[in-house]
Design a binder for this molecule. Structure first.
Ligand code: UGA
Length: 484
C-alpha cells in the first residue's frame, strides 16, 4: 500500500520505517528542511536501536522523504498524521499542527465525489477525544468531499529506547474506525503483523517475545482516542503508586524491591512499571497526564486522581534532593558526580527528564557538577552551558574526586559499575541512587554508603579512619534512613 506519514519525529519516523518493514511504500513528509536533508543522507535524528539499519535498508527503495504534503498525500491511500501535540499553557493539547495538516490535506482529497480515490486519514499523534471529529470537520470545511475519506484513530504505544521493536512486536494494535471501509484499509496495512507473516520472515528484526500474531483491537474512534490517554495515565499512576509505597518503606525500614515483587506477582497487577525512582519524565507521560486531566475537566469530570499522580511525581525529586542534602550535610562548594541526564535509559531524550531539575537545584545551591550520560550529553549542553557543568567522557571521570555520586537515569551500564574503582575514585564514598541500579549489599561490601529509593540505607562495611567532615557525613547518612 502507498502510505504517507506526516511528521518525522519519534512516532512518524519509526512508523515510516516500520511500515516499510511490512512491505508498504512510504513517503515521510516534514517541513523541517534540515531534518529532511539529514534523513535523506541516512542520518538518524534520534538515538534508537534499529533506526539507522532500517533507514539504510529502505531509503530510496520503499522509503522516500518529501516536504510536499499535498503531492505526497495525493498519491497515497492512507495518510498518517504524526505531528507534535505539545502542552498548551493550560495543560491541554495544542492541536494547531494537527489542524494545519488537516487543512492542507483537504486539497489532496478533492472536492468532487471520487470513491475510487478514497483515502484514510489516520491520527497517530496522541490527541484528546473528539480530535477525530475535528479533523473531519476541518477537512469538510476546507472543501474535501465526504465520500472520499474517513478519519480513523490508530494510537501508537511505542516507548523510546525500544521504539522499533515495540512497533513491530506490539502488545496490541488499536484501530478506532467508524466505517467498515476504513477499518478494512487499516486491517490490511497491519496484516503482516496480525497474520504473523512478518514474524515468520527471515528478515524480521528479532523481537523480545516469541510473537506469532499481533492482536488487533477494533473500536470506535472515540474509544481509541481514550485508550491512548488512559494507557499512559494508568502507567504513570502505577509509577507514582510504587513511589508512594517506596516512601512508606523508607519510613518503616522495609524494602520496596521485596514489596514490589510481592505486589507484582499478582497477575491482576503485574510486575512491570513498578520500579521506584525519582519520578517519570519524557515527552509523553507529563504532557499526556495534563492533557487527559484537561479533557476530563472539559467534559465535566474532575480527575483528581491524576492531579495526585502528578503531585507525587514532583515530590519524588524533592525527596531525592533532601536525601542528598542529609547525607552531604551542606551542599555549597561540594563536587557532585551525576550519572544520567536522559529521562530514562536507552535514549538521548532529556525532555522533562527528572534529572534536569535536580541538577539545576544543585547548581543553584553552588555545587560543582561533573556529569556523564552515554547518549544525552549533547542535548544537555543546550540546557546547561559547559561553564556550569563538566561533561566527562566516561562515568569514572565524572566520579573522580567527587564528594558524592548520584545516579539519575536507569542506564544499564550504571548497574555494572566497577564498585572498587568507584570507591577509590570518590573523595567520600557516598552513592545516592535515584534508580536503584546497584545491589545494596554489594555497595556496602565495597566500602560505600549507599542510599537508594525505598530500601534501607546501607553503610560501608570496611571503613577507613574518618576525617572530621566524613564523620559528620556518616552521622547524617545514618539518620537519613529513619527520616526520609
Ligand atoms: C511512554 C509509554 O510507555 C509508551 O507506551 C507510549 O507509547 C509513550 O509513552 C508515548 O505516549 O509516546 P516513554 O515515554 O518512551 O513511553 O517511556 P517509558 O518507558 O514509559 O518511561 C517513562 C518514564 O517513566 C521514564 O522517566 C522512566 O524512567 C519512568 N519509569 C518507568 C519509572 O520511573 N518506573 C518504571 O517502572 C517505569
Amino acid at each position: 500500500m502507498k502510505i504517507c506519514v506526516v511528521g518525522s519525529g519519534y512516532v512518524g519516523l519509526v512508523a515510516s520505517i516500520g511500515f516499510c518493514e511490512l512491505g508498504h511504500q512510504v513517503v515521510c513528509v516534514d517541513n523541517d528542511q534540515a531534518k529532511l536533508q539529514k534523513l535523506m543522507r541516512g542520518v538518524a535524528p534520534i538515538h534508537e536501536e534499529w533506526v539507522p539499519e532500517l533507514l539504510e535498508k529502505h531509503s530510496g527503495i520503499r522509503l522516500t522523504f518529501s516536504s510536499n504534503l499535498a503531492a505526497s498525500a495525493k498519491s497515497s491511500e492512507a495518510i498518517f498524521i504524526a505531528v507534535g501535540t505539545p502542552s498548551s499553557r493550560d495543560g491541554d493539547a495544542d492541536l494547531s499542527y494537527v489542524e494545519a495538516v488537516a487543512r492542507e490535506l483537504a486539497g489532496a482529497i478533492g472536492r468532487r465525489s471520487d470513491r475510487a480515490h478514497y483515502k484514510v486519514i489516520v491520527e497517530k499523534s496522541t490527541v484528546p477525544v473528539y480530535t477525530n471529529e475535528w479533523i473531519r470537520r476541518v477537512l469538510l470545511l476546507n472543501g474535501a468531499s465526504a465520500d472520499n475519506f474517513d478519519v480513523v484513530s490508530n494510537p501508537e504505544f511505542l516507548r523510546e529506547g525500544t521504539a522499533v521493536v515495540d512497533f513491530l512486536y506490539p502488545d496490541r494494535i488499536v484501530v478506532g474506525a467508524d466505517s467498515d471501509r476504513a477499518a478494512a484499509v487499516m486491517a490490511s496495512i497491519y496484516a503482516p503483523l496480525t497474520a504473523g507473516e512478518y514474524y515468520r520472515g527471515e528478515e524480521a528484526i528479532p523481537g523480545p517475545i516469541n510473537l506469532e500474531k499481533a492482536r488487533l483491537i477494533l473500536t470506535s474512534t472515540k474509544s481509541a482516542e481514550l485508550i491512548k490517554h488512559a494507557s499512559n495515565a494508568f502507567l504513570a499512576t502505577k509509577i507514582s503508586f510504587i513511589n508512594a509505597v517506596a516512601n512508606i518503606c523508607e519510613a518503616v525500614g522495609a524494602n520496596i524491591e521485596e514489596v514490589a515483587e510481592g505486589i507484582g506477582a499478582d497477575s491482576r497487577i503485574g510486575s512491570r512499571f513498578l520500579n521506584p525512582g525519582i519520578g517519570y519524565g519524557g515527552s509523553c507521560f507529563p504532557k499526556d497526564l495534563r492533557a487527559f486531566t484537561a479533557v476530563a475537566k472539559a467534559v465535566g469530570y474532575d480527575f483528581r486522581l491524576l492531579e495526585e499522580v502528578e503531585a507525587i511525581n514532583e515530590e519524588q525529586r524533592k525527596r531525592f534532593l533532601k536525601k542528598v542534602r542529609s547525607v552531604l550535610w551542606t551542599l555549597k562548594g561540594k563536587r557532585i558526580a551525576v550519572l544520567g541526564l536522559a529521562f530514562k535509559g536507552g535514549t538521548d531524550d532529556i525532555r522533562e527528564s527528572p534529572a534536569l531539575p535536580i541538577v539545576a537545584e544543585l547548581l543553584r545551591e553552588n555545587c560543582t557538577i561533573s556529569a556523564y550520560d552515554p547518549a544525552a550529553m549533547e542535548r544537555a549542553k543546550e540546557v546547561f552551558p559547559e561553564a556550569c557543568i563538566e561533561f566527562t567522557e566516561t562515568a569514572y571521570q565524572a566520579i573522580e574526586n567527587a564528594d558524592a555520586l548520584l545516579i539519575l537515569t536507569e542506564w544499564e551500564e550504571f548497574g555494572s559499575l566497577d564498585l572498587t574503582r568507584v570507591k577509590s575514585l570518590l573523595r567520600y564514598p557516598i552513592v545516592v541512587d535515584g534508580r536503584n541500579m546497584l545491589d545494596a549489599e554489594s555497595a556496602a561490601t565495597h566500602g560505600l554508603t549507599y542510599i537508594s529509593i525505598g530500601r534501607p540505607v546501607v553503610h560501608a562495611k570496611e571503613q577507613s579512619a574518618a576525617p572530621m567532615r566524613e564523620t559528620g557525613i556518616r552521622a547524617a547518612a545514618t539518620t537519613a534512613g529513619g527520616r526520609l
